[in-house]
Design a binder for this molecule. Structure first.
Ligand code: PLP
Length: 420
């Protein structure tokens, strides 16, 4: 067989460079992680060739007996991981899991309440450019501008006034625990379905290190590739809601919004869930939390403001609105020093979502490659140096970035991701 390098040298080179980038850059994007070699390997198994529309035991094609094993394993492990009695492992990604929930539990035009994207929500929770914002009447809730914490009283007031059909919990950029019980109580007051999208914290929840939404939500969705550290994908979970409800969710995924499931990815999900059931996974998630707290402490000591004053999970949002540069500038400067983070809006951000006044960082990926508190503290120090230098500019800035880039590379080489 032809090697990739022989058949498609351009693509082979892109993969080689990306491998190098992932090894030699520090990855602080809170939604990213490094999947295990087994999770990656099974995705190029023969499962990729199989059509399996339907669900295990009830497929529209024959020859599904072996992929059925993979899907059943994924489902059973996922149920054990989150202690629930319903699991759908077919959504191609987080956005598809969320689309299926909308389709199953609401009608176009319904009022739906979700967290404001500019204050930490996700596109699929009602952003005007997303299907959710286009087809529903979205009423957003957000943060108390003083504390940076979710304002539950305000959420309740808006809910009583607007009577949403569905209330969405979950976020892409909130560093504190969410009060799931309080949100369920608000949903109950107005007769709304309570749906939690736990994509960011699913790994922490699985390890018992972040409050599980499952005792409170009617339905829970997640991605499988963030803190959960599996393949790219989506899942839907529920506990104690009954067969009719589960059938609605299943039919919303297939045939509602998807055709054939990606069986190679479902097999990889099964592996990731088995990994997440191991004791080491709990140790990993604890380290993710300690590393995030350590980074937040250094940043604060050096005069950087963290939205809400700290973190209880794997991420934090650095508020740069009092600085002479933007989130976009910070993102670019760090990237030049081989530190990958992402610009992010902060509460009441005067700048556009493409420019922003904040930076989001998270510790799942660096923790996977083996960084502990010591490495994370050094890393936070370098991050501050690069940002401080942005205020000075000129030659200093260039020199600081070059020095940090060298230190980052040296640290990364001591903690290889896949090149053991
Ligand atoms: N939900 C939340 C809370 C997210 O943060 C994200 C991704 O960033 C998604 C859903 C979407 O997941 P995907 O990119 O797999 O569609």
């Amino acid at each position: 067989a032809l090697s990739l390098a022989d058949f498609d040298p351009e693509l082979a080179e892109a993969v080689r460079l990306e491998e190098g980038r992932q090894e030699d850059h520090v990855e602080l994007i809170a939604s990213e992680n490094y999947a295990s070699p087994l999770v990656m390997a099974i995705q190029h198994s023969v499962f990729t060739n199989k059509y399996a529309e339907g669900y295990p035991g009830k497929r529209y094609y024959s020859g599904c007996e072996h992929v059925d094993v993979a899907e059943r394993l994924a489902i059973e492990r996922l149920k054990a991981l989150f202690d629930c009695d319903y699991a759908n492992v077919q959504p191609h990604a987080g956005a598809q899991a969320n689309a299926a929930v909308f389709l199953a539990l609401t009608n176009p035009g319904d009022t739906v309440m979700g967290m404001n994207l500019a204050q930490g929500g996700h596109l699929t929770h009602g952003n005007p450019s997303n299907f959710s914002g286009r087809h529903y009447r979205i009423v957003p809730y957000g943060l108390d501008p003083e504390t940076g914490l979710i304002d539950y009283d305000e959420m309740e007031r808006i809910a009583l006034q607007t009577r949403p059909k569905m209330l969405i919990g979950g976020f892409s950029a909130y560093s504190r625990h969410k009060d799931w019980a309080r949100m369920r109580a608000i949903a109950d007051k107005v007769g709304a379905v309570f749906w939690v999208d736990m994509a960011h914290v699913a790994g922490l929840v699985a390890a018992g290190e972040y409050p599980s939404p499952l005792p409170h939500a009617h339905v829970v969705t997640s991605t499988t590739h963030k803190t959960l550290r599996g393949p790219r994908g989506g899942i839907i979970l529920a506990r104690g809601q009954g067969e009719d409800f589960y059938k609605r969710l299943d039919s919303a995924v297939f045939p509602g919004i998807q055709g054939g499931p990606l069986m190679h990815v479902i097999a990889a999900k099964a592996i990731a869930f088995k990994e997440a059931l191991l004791p080491e996974f709990k140790t990993y998630q604890r380290q993710v939390l300690s590393n995030a707290r350590a980074m937040a402490a250094v940043l604060q000591q050096r005069g950087y403001r963290i939205v809400s004053g700290g973190t209880d999970n794997h991420l934090m949002l650095i508020d740069l609105s009092d600085r002479p540069y933007t989130g976009k500038d910070a993102d670019a400067a760090l990237s030049d020093a081989h530190i990958t983070a992402n610009k992010n809006s902060v509460p009441n951000d005067p700048r556009s979502p493409f420019v922003t006044s904040g930076l989001r960082i998270g510790t799942p990926a660096v923790t996977t490659r083996g960084f502990g508190i010591d490495e994370c503290e050094r890393l936070a120090g370098w991050l501050c140096e690069v940002l401080d230098a942005l205020e000075v500019g000129g030659e200093t800035q260039v020199a600081v970035r070059a020095r940090v880039r060298e230190s980052v590379t040296e640290l990364c080489r001591r903690f290889p991701v896949y090149r053991w």
